[in-house]
Design a protein around this ligand. Structure first.
Ligand code: FAD
Length: 432
């Protein structure tokens, strides 16, 4: 598409970051005939994270996601003194990073995408194009390129986006290991979404509670991860490693051979991007991480096609970069979703303030809601009306002690809840 009437414009879309979000959007754009350049200091580096998603959320994508393994159900252990479990009859799967990344790369190469091994450091806008400054390699020279549209998919690291409001970030932290074991660390389960039984008594009482997340990968191989769902600050990885070791000791299970370790720190919540800016965002940079669960992949993968359509059609139709960016931001952050985001931030802070007993009570009620409700809550694609309905239902179903704990926090957080639910209350100030 770039070229003919573009004069000095070198590319249609510059995608900053070759993580899942950048690669996915770039692939969808290339399929729509858009001329794309992808910037990343390590464009061929393997995605390091273990990505789990609910199978039904990625079923209808236009490019299939390669899966390493799937499990017909996910188990949740909430009774703190017994291994009794809640069975979630919903297929869960793990993405095969190598295969998925490879399939996107083949499509990008076939579609003529340009790879630029460089770190983007700045962007400046003119009327019809933006000038992107980047540096390739250690001590490399600064170079620039002109693009009609710039998408920041850097996970937030490139700093090209402006965010609105003052919301603080909280963190999910986890230490995980994929290894061969001499016994079964999941006690016969195949996929454990959360096991909240305390692994040891020696952790500081003020430390946020951890749970075990784990998957059986076949034979002796398992992935197990000690996780803090959400806390105001990141938790020390060594502490999480020790807690996991203690858990394994108590089960009488040892690691025979470690294949990979995962150090997971996911910023959750925080301010949302301004919808009036010229740079578009995607993935974690665009605030797509669910504030209360840390999930992002499914929402990002599903948002890719409508966003790519908007960009491709806007370019084809001769819209200005500003018009295209605004339309793109609306796809990601409609008013309904921004309001729901405030409710999820409230939910996040409730969870971050709960002790182990309260969390386990909370999830017992949460997972006894109709399946549709907890799925909607976790999807990140649910508007504020449905979201408030789900939260009210949870409140109504809760035991008195949990209800009281929730009510106390809702009263303390009236500003956010009111802003989410009152018409016209979302007018925002911009800051960077
Ligand atoms: C350990 C871990 C496990 C996770 N597990 C799950 C999960 O199971 N399910 C789920 O839904 N979500 C999960 N998440 C949350 C989320 O899905 C991931 O963070 C996901 O990787 C975000 O994708 P992204 O492409 O937006 O950003 P990233 O994966 O962070 O990719 C950003 C890319 O941008 C590049 N970059 C950075 N700065 C620049 C720059 N200045 N110029 C050019 N390129 C730049 C980086 O090199 C990188 O390649 C997990 C997160 C972590 C950290």
């Amino acid at each position: 598409m770039a070229g003919s009437d573009a004069g000095h414009i070198e590319i249609d879309v510059a995608v900053v970051g070759a993580g899942p979000a950048g690669r996915w959007l770039a692939t969808l754009l290339v399929r729509r005939g858009v001329d794309v350049a992808i910037f990343d200091p390590g464009p061929k580096a393997r995605w390091p994270n273990t990505y789990g998603v609910w199978s039904d959320e990625i079923e209808e994508l236009e490019i299939p996601v390669a899966l390493r393994r799937s499990w017909p159900q996910a188990d949740v252990v909430l009774d703190l003194s017994s291994p009794q479990q809640v069975v979630l009859e919903r297929e869960y799967c793990r993405i095969d990073n190598d295969a998925f990344q490879g399939s996107l790369d083949d499509r990008l190469d076939d579609g003529g995408a340009r790879w630029i091994e460089a770190k983007v450091i700045d962007v400046e806008h003119q009327d019809r194009w933006s000038s992107l400054t980047f540096v390739g390699g250690e001590g490399g020279d600064e170079e620039t390129i002109r693009a009609r549209i710039v998408v920041d998919a850097s996970g937030g690291a490139a700093g090209l986006l402006e965010y609105v409001g003052e919301e603080a970030v909280a963190f999910q932290t986890a230490f995980g290991v994929e290894a061969d074991f001499d016994g079964d660390p999941l006690e016969g389960r195949q996929m454990v979404l959360m096991d909240y039984r305390a692994p040891c008594g020696e952790r500081d009482e003020n430390s946020p509670p951890t749970f075990l997340y784990g998957m059986h990968l076949g034979g002796d191989r398992y992935f197990v991860e000690e996780t803090v769902l959400v806390a105001p600050g990141a938790v020390d990885f060594d502490e999480l490693r020790r807690t996991l070791e203690h858990r394994l000791d108590r089960l009488g299970v040892s690691i025979l051979e470690t294949h990979e370790e995962e150090f997971c720190k996911i910023p959750m919540g925080g301010a949302l991007p301004s919808l009036e800016q010229r740079v578009l965002g995607f993935g974690a940079a665009a605030g797509l991480v669910h504030p209360a669960t840390g999930y992002q992949m499914a929402r990002m993968l599903r948002a890719g096609a409508p966003l790519a359509d908007t960009i491709a059609e806007g370019l084809e139709g001769g819209l200005s970069p500003e018009q295209i960016a605004r339309a793109g931001w609306q796809i990601l952050w409609s008013d309904q979703l921004r309001r729901a985001h405030l409710l999820l931030l409230f939910g996040r802070d409730v969870l971050a303030g709960f002790d182990r007993e309260e969390i386990s009570q909370f999830f017992e009620v949460f997972f006894s809601l109709p399946g549709q409700s907890w799925r909607q809550y976790m999807s990140g694609e649910t508007g504020h009306r449905e979201m408030s309905g789900i939260m009210l239902r949870l409140f109504a179903d809760a035991e008195n002690s949990l209800r009281w704990a929730l009510a106390r926090r809702a009263l303390g957080d009236g500003r956010r809840v009111g802003k989410a639910l009152l018409p016209g209350a979302m007018a925002t100030r911009r800051h960077s």
